[in-house]
Design a protein around this ligand. Sequence first.
Ligand code: ATP
Ligand code: LTN
Length: 339
Amino acid sequence: MTINTIDKQRVLSGIQPSGNLTIGNYLGALKQWVVQQYNYDSFFCVVDLHAITVQQDPELLRQKTREVAALYIASGIDPDISTIFVQSHIPAHSELAWLLTCMAPLGWLNRMTQFKDKSAKQSQESIGAGLLNYPSLMAADILLYQANAVPVGDDQRQHLEFTRDLAQRFNHLYGETFTIPDVMVPQAGARIMGLDEPTSKMSKSTDSEYHAIYLLDDGAILKKKIMRSVTDSFREIKFSGKPERAGVNNLLTIHRAITGESSESIEEYFSDKGYGDLKKTVLASVIGVLEPLQTEYQRLINESGYLDNILKQGSEKAADVANDTLRRVRENMGFLMQS
Ligand code: ATP
Ligand code: LTN
């Protein structure tokens, strides 16, 4: 099915191929992309240039890049409707990132919580400058496509604010060039927490065995992870903002984000039940979304040529839009244009 993209507003978003995608990536990002692709002219990229801000194994990076693209489609992104591409296939991303890096205030970059968190885990000597400049590359991704909205999880709000501020600064200095994008965060599932440590965000690049639910985990592993997830000793199944109740709150949040049920009806359902029932119910709802997704993933990844073809078509379409913006940026900044 093809959809007329004229007059539609645009969305752009991306996920890093820096590990195995989690249910956090699905509920915070992918699930809303699938819904919004029918309302917006949509661009979804696999942000491999972002992944290398921390060290990656080359062979694994290549494999994960294909895997993430296949998971986009297996989750319901329709390549006939949305443009799916790999960030590094479009050189304009790197070029605009440099131009924006030159005008991104160091003070703004230093205040980014993702940079502070990730750099705290490494020594000053081993942190690449790309980790600090990460938000300028993300701004380039978004601004190249003149995106009106950016569907992401809650943790990306600050990067979106940075992108808006940088775009406004650019427009002020060099004339109207970029659309100012809005952040789009889902009502449920915007911040899924780690199963083993429910006060920190579930992340795909954490080593701990019982931390994350991966989209490609099989039933036995899912069971083990969910049944072992951290809860508490209150014995009350209710949504709560208290840190000591974060484990139960997180399981309820996952269930609510998957089923779309209201908090009240979920609490009502569990009012006479125990934590064992809660975990079994969450397990069933997680398996309910992941099983069909995994079947579709296996089909796609084994179909020779299919994925590469989609990515090729996607990058051709993305390049048209990106190069058009980049030409205007160069002109407005005063670069000598080639004849
Ligand atoms: P990494 O751990 O490798 O830094 P990540 O798991 O945080 O990565 P990203 O690739 O940085 O994932 O994020 C891709 C998208 O998934 C973003 O829109 C982000 O907000 C969303 N996302 C990531 N983790 C979660 C989570 N735990 N809950 C909700 N959304 C999430
Ligand atoms: N920084 C994002 C990933 C990302 C992104 C983007 C998201 C890179 N470029 C453009 C939206 C739009 C993250 O989730 N960590």
